[in-house]
Design a protein around this ligand. Structure first.
Ligand code: AMP
Ligand code: MN
Ligand code: MN
Ligand code: MN
Length: 276
C-alpha cells in the first residue's frame, strides 16, 4: 500500500514551509504520494513537483478551494488538476481577490474589539503577496500576546461570532466543482467533521456535492475523531463517493498530524486514488 497524503499547505498560502521543504519533509517522513493543496492557489505546484521528483515521491497537483454553501464556509480539495487551465486560474484569482478586502474588515472589526493594527500585524506574517488568511491574523495575535496558541486565537477571535470573523461570500459549490472539473481534477469535501452542520444539513451538503459530480469525501483528517473516520466512511459509501485522507499539515508544531502520522483509510471505502 502506497502512503498517500492528499492535503497540505506551503508558504504560498498559510503554511510555514516553502513548497520544496514541504515535499522534502513529507518524503523524509515516509509519505510516498503527496498533493500540495494551498488555499485558493496553485502557485507553489511547479516548485513542489520538482522537489517531489528529486525526493522520489509521486506528486499530485492540488488546491483547497474556499466555498460558501448556504451560510457555511466549506473547503473543497481539488486533486489532479491542470494548474494552467484558464477556467480554474480565473476562478481562483477571483476568490483570492476577495481575501484582501475581507482581511481589512477583519482588522477593523478587531480594532473595534480593542486590538489595534491587526491588519498590519497580520501582513507581517504573510508569505505570499497573493494571499492573506485568518491564519496570519492568528500568528500575529499569538505573538502580540492576545492568544496562547492557534487554537486559542481562533476560539477567542477568529471563529463565527467572534470579532475577527466577518461574513464573506466565497465561491459557490457549483462554481468550485465546475472549475476543478474544467481543469481535469477530482473534487473532495475537505474535513467535513469541522463544519457546524446538523446531520440533515451534512447529508444535504453531501447530496448537493454528489449531484454536482463531486468525487470524494476526506475521511481521515486531523479534524476528525476515530469515530468520525467511521462515520464519514459510511457516508462516502452510502452516497457512492470515494474516500480521501490528508494531514492538512501547515508547519512543524502547528498541526496535530505531521507527515507520516496518518492512520489508514477504514476498510470498505473506495480510495480516491483508485483510478489513478
Ligand atoms: P481563511 O481561509 O482565511 O478563513 O483561514 C482558514 C484557515 O485557518 C484554515 O485553513 C486553517 O489553517 C486555519 N484554522 C481555521 N480554524 C482553525 C482552528 N480552530 N485552529 C487552528 N487553525 C484554524
Ligand atoms: Mn489553512
Ligand atoms: Mn480547510
Ligand atoms: Mn487545509
Amino acid at each position: 500500500m502506497i502512503r498517500y497524503d492528499l492535503h497540505c499547505h506551503s508558504t504560498r498560502s498559510d503554511g510555514l514551509l516553502c513548497p520544496a521543504d514541504v515535499m522534502r519533509r513529507a518524503a523524509q517522513r515516509g509519505v510516498e504520494a503527496i498533493a500540495l493543496t494551498d488555499h485558493d492557489e496553485v502557485a507553489g505546484l511547479d516548485e513542489a513537483r520538482e522537489a517531489a521528483r528529486e525526493a522520489g515521491i509521486a506528486f499530485i497537483a492540488g488546491s483547497e478551494l474556499s466555498v460558501t454553501w448556504r451560510d457555511t464556509t466549506v473547503h473543497i480539495v481539488a486533486l489532479g488538476i491542470d494548474a494552467d487551465n484558464p477556467t480554474l486560474v480565473r476562478g481562483l484569482e477571483g476568490v483570492r481577490a476577495g481575501r484582501d478586502a475581507r482581511a481589512r474588515r477583519i482588522g477593523e472589526s478587531l480594532g473595534q474589539a480593542g486590538i489595534p493594527n491587526a491588519f498590519d500585524g497580520a501582513l507581517a506574517y504573510v508569505t505570499s503577496e497573493r494571499l492573506i488568511s485568518r491564519t496570519h491574523f492568528a500568528r500575529h495575535l499569538i505573538d502580540a500576546g492576545h492568544a496562547r496558541d492557534m487554537k486559542d486565537a481562533f476560539r477567542r477571535y477568529l471563529t463565527s461570532g467572534k470579532p475577527g470573523h466577518v461574513p464573506h461570500a466565497w465561491a459557490t459549490l457549483p462554481e468550485a466543482i465546475g472549475w476543478i472539473h474544467a481543469a481535469g481534477g477530482a473534487a473532495v469535501i475537505a474535513h467535513p467533521g469541522r463544519y457546524k452542520l446538523t446531520s440533515t444539513d451534512m447529508r444535504e451538503l453531501i447530496a448537493d456535492f454528489r449531484d454536482l459530480g463531486g468525487e470524494a469525501i476526506e475521511v481521515v483528517s486531523p479534524s476528525h475523531t476515530p469515530a468520525q473516520y467511521t462515520e464519514f466512511a459510511t457516508l462516502a459509501r452510502t452516497f457512492g463517493l470515494k474516500a480521501s485522507c490528508g494531514t492538512d499539515f501547515h508547519g512543524p508544531g502547528e498541526s496535530r498530524f505531521d507527515f507520516g502520522d496518518l492512520p489508514p483509510l477504514p476498510a470498505g471505502v473506495d480510495p480516491v486514488w483508485g483510478g489513478w
